[in-house]
Design a protein around this ligand. Structure first.
Ligand code: HEC
Ligand code: HEC
Ligand code: HEC
Ligand code: HEC
Ligand code: HEC
Length: 210
C-alpha cells in the first residue's frame, strides 16, 4: 500500500514538474518543451536590447534590468537606443536577404562609444585590420528553399499600415528584448504553408522550391 502511494506520489510530482516547466517556458517565450534553445554565442556579444530596445534596459526575457537599488535602469544615452531594425538590416524591405550591418556602420558610433568594453575592443580590432565579423547564422532555410524578405515586408506593412520594423516580430519574435538572438518560430514548411494559406499567398511547390 505504502509502495503504491509513493508510486502515485512520484507520478503526480513528475506530472507537476512537466506542467510547471511547460508554463514557465511558454511564459518566457522559450518553448524548451518543443526543443528551441538559446541562440548561438556570437563572436562579439552584440546585444539587441541595448541597440534596438526602447526605454529602460531589458534582460533577455524582456523584464526590466534593475540597478543596485532594485529600480529599473533609467534611460540615458547609453541604454535602450531604440534604433530601427532597418537602420542596421538595411535590405529587409527591399531585397531577399535582410543583411547584417558592416563593421563600418558599427564604428560610426563605436569610434567614440564604449572605451574599455572588451567586446567593443574586439569590434575596433576588426575595424583596424579590415576583417569582417564572422557572425553565426541563427535562421537559415535549406538551399532548396527560396525565401524573400521583401515580399513579406511589403504585404504586411501595406495590410496593417505599419512601418517595416513592426513586421519583423511576426517571424522573429521580440528581437529588441533578446540579449542573444534565438529562433522564435519554427519556419518549417508547414509553418510557411499555413501562413500562406491564411493570407491568400501562393502555396504551389514552385513558390518556395527551386
Ligand atoms: C545596431 C544594429 C542593429 C539593430 C538596430 C538591429 N540589429 Fe538585428 N542584428 C544585428 C547584428 C550585428 C546581428 C548579428 C549578430 C547577432 O545575431 O546577434 C543581428 C542579427 C539579427 C537576427 C538574426 C539573423 C540570423 O542570423 O538569423 C535577426 C532576426 C535580427 N537581427 C532582427 C532584428 C530586428 C527585428 C531588429 C529591430 C527590433 C534588429 N535586428 C535591430 C544588428 C542590429
Ligand atoms: C547609433 C550608435 C550605435 C551603433 C550604430 C552601434 N552601437 Fe553598439 N552601442 C551603442 C551604445 C550607446 C552602447 C552602450 C555603451 C555603454 O553602455 O557603454 C553600445 C553598446 C555596445 C556593446 C556593449 C554592450 C554591453 O552593454 O556590454 C557592444 C558589444 C556593441 N555596442 C556592439 C555593436 C556592434 C557590433 C554594432 C554594429 C552591428 C554596434 N554596436 C552599433 C551605440 C551604437
Ligand atoms: C515571413 C517571415 C519573416 C519576416 C516577416 C521577417 N523575416 Fe527575417 N528571416 C526569415 C527567414 C525564413 C529567414 C532565413 C532566410 C534564409 O535562410 O535565407 C530570415 C533571416 C533573417 C536574417 C538573417 C539572414 C538575412 O536575410 O540577412 C536577418 C538579419 C533577418 N531575417 C532580419 C529581419 C528583419 C529586420 C525583419 C523585419 C524588417 C525580418 N527579418 C522579417 C523570416 C522572416
Ligand atoms: C506570417 C505569414 C508568412 C510566413 C510565416 C511565411 N510567409 Fe511567405 N508569404 C506570405 C505572404 C502573405 C506572401 C504574399 C506576398 C504578396 O502578396 O506579394 C508571401 C510570399 C512568399 C513568397 C513569394 C515571393 C515573391 O516572389 O513574390 C515566397 C517565395 C515565400 N513567401 C516563401 C516563404 C517561406 C519559404 C516561408 C517559410 C520559411 C514563408 N514564406 C513564411 C506570408 C508568410
Ligand atoms: C510557403 C513555402 C513552401 C511551399 C509552398 C512548399 N514548401 Fe516544401 N519546404 C519549405 C520549407 C521552408 C522547407 C524546409 C523545412 C526545413 O527547414 O526542414 C521545405 C522542405 C521540403 C522538402 C524537404 C523535406 C525535408 O524534410 O527536408 C520537400 C520534399 C518539400 N519541401 C516538398 C514540397 C512540395 C512537394 C511542395 C508542394 C506541394 C512544397 N514543398 C511546397 C517551404 C515550402
Amino acid at each position: 500500500m505504502a509502495g503504491l502511494i509513493s508510486l502515485v506520489g512520484v507520478a503526480v510530482l513528475a506530472g507537476t514538474v512537466l506542467v510547471v516547466t511547460f508554463v514557465i517556458s511558454a511564459w518566457f517565450g522559450r518553448p524548451i518543451v518543443f526543443g528551441y534553445d538559446d541562440g548561438p554565442a556570437q563572436p562579439i556579444a552584440f546585444p539587441h536590447t541595448v541597440h534596438a530596445g526602447v526605454g529602460p534596459l531589458l534582460n533577455a526575457d524582456g523584464s526590466p534590468r534593475l540597478d543596485e537599488e532594485g529600480q529599473p535602469q533609467r534611460v540615458n544615452v547609453m541604454s535602450g537606443l531604440g534604433l530601427d531594425c532597418t537602420f542596421c538590416h538595411r535590405m529587409a524591405a527591399t531585397e531577399a536577404a535582410a543583411t547584417i550591418p558592416s563593421v563600418g556602420l558599427c564604428m560610426s558610433c563605436h569610434v567614440t562609444v564604449g572605451d574599455g568594453n572588451d567586446e567593443i575592443e574586439k569590434l575596433r580590432q576588426a575595424a583596424d585590420t579590415g576583417t569582417p565579423i564572422d557572425w553565426t547564422r541563427v535562421h537559415r532555410v535549406p538551399d532548396h528553399v527560396h525565401f524573400v524578405h521583401e515580399a513579406h515586408i511589403r504585404f504586411f506593412t501595406e495590410r496593417d499600415g505599419v512601418p517595416a520594423s513592426q513586421v519583423c516580430s511576426t517571424c522573429h519574435g521580440e528581437v529588441a528584448a533578446m540579449t542573444t538572438v534565438r529562433q522564435d518560430r519554427s519556419l518549417k514548411m508547414s509553418d510557411c504553408v499555413d501562413c500562406h494559406r491564411d493570407n491568400g499567398a501562393p502555396t504551389d511547390c514552385t513558390t518556395c522550391h527551386y
